[in-house]
Write a protein that binds this ligand. Sequence first.
Ligand SMILES: [Mg+2]
Length: 415
Amino acid sequence: MVGLADCNNFFVSCERTLNPALENQAVVVLSNNDGCVVARSNEAKRAGIKMGQPAFQIKDRIQSGEIIALSGNHLLYREISLKVHDIFRRYAPMTLDYSVDEAFLIMDGIPDSQLRSIGEAIAANCWDELHIPVTIGFAPSKTLAKIVAESCKKRGKRVGVLLKAEAARPVIQKMSISDLWGIGRRLSKRLYTSGVYTIADFADKDLGWIRTNLGINGERSWRELHGEHCIELSHVQTQLQDSVSESRTFPEDVDDYDYIRARIAIYAADCSKKLRAMGGECQLLGVMLQTNRFHLERGNAHPQGSVRFIEPTSDTVMICNAAISILERIFIQDLPFKRAGVWLSEIVPAKSVIPSLFDSQESIREKASRSLLMKAIDNINLGPGIPILKLASQITQGHPGHNDGYSSTFQAPKR
Ligand SMILES: [Mg+2]
């Protein structure tokens, strides 16, 4: 059996962990440039707000206070995502992380009779420890587990267990084919013309017909609906993560600008490396600082800032320099900070980046050679851990109790 654990309205739920006043309100989270809706609370769904709806269409309802609109806080979502996935791992023999708020739980060796109570325990832990609502569906295949979780969410149930594929009948008769995992909107339009409107219509088609008309991917979905395991995550078009981030809590409160600047450079370089490893380039960069919640004597602040690159980049030097310029802008003198972080978002595949109209021959050559330089740096710094080759801005004078391999007897250049 396989489970799908899925956080409900994830970004909104994350925002609610910080601000309980958002409970029971119609809340939406907007994309990075505040362009469109990327998450909705149940109340916002009931108010008719659509996923991906442009913000300007609901401007009046936001201004009147009917809908609360928030800008995304991707560092927060990422941190909570890591914790949620940790809880999933406590209960399943193996998990496959599918997205920021979803994971498949491979339940090999676990008796069917225990699935429901395991699901209940996961949901209870996510709620008690993190205040994140989670729905879990168990079924004989990933596709069916997705269907079970989806139908549980609609009925307000936390856990569903489907032991036999045939038992999904009443549910899939009511679900549109466009809601079938792996069938996009375009494909479902094509299926409508063949009289396939619901997932049940699809499952009732003859396998030969599916194979001829939809190829191997269609066949896999069909088999999964009939209870066979055949979709591996490598078959599924993986979307690039929408953000990468790095953040750390310092061993003690720090008000030393040079120290914090070096940390920001380290996180920025790590993020850039991750970004290149996933074959992406980013358009938006953010930096945040946080004071110690438990030491408020000298004040409390959570300054953050972001910049947008004119063109997507994954260049460590550019990203580090931009991160440091944000830090200069948001740093507050004499305030001790406990935590700092860097995030990159609006990630696009690197290969789709074409030179812009205004690029000179020289700048195109420059870009090409920078990309070679980054490749060379990545080859030298292969693997996790402290990089061998780093920028001078990443080098910090040792800080008491913080021996992380970055410390050096060389003082970082002054601002
Ligand atoms: Mg979700």
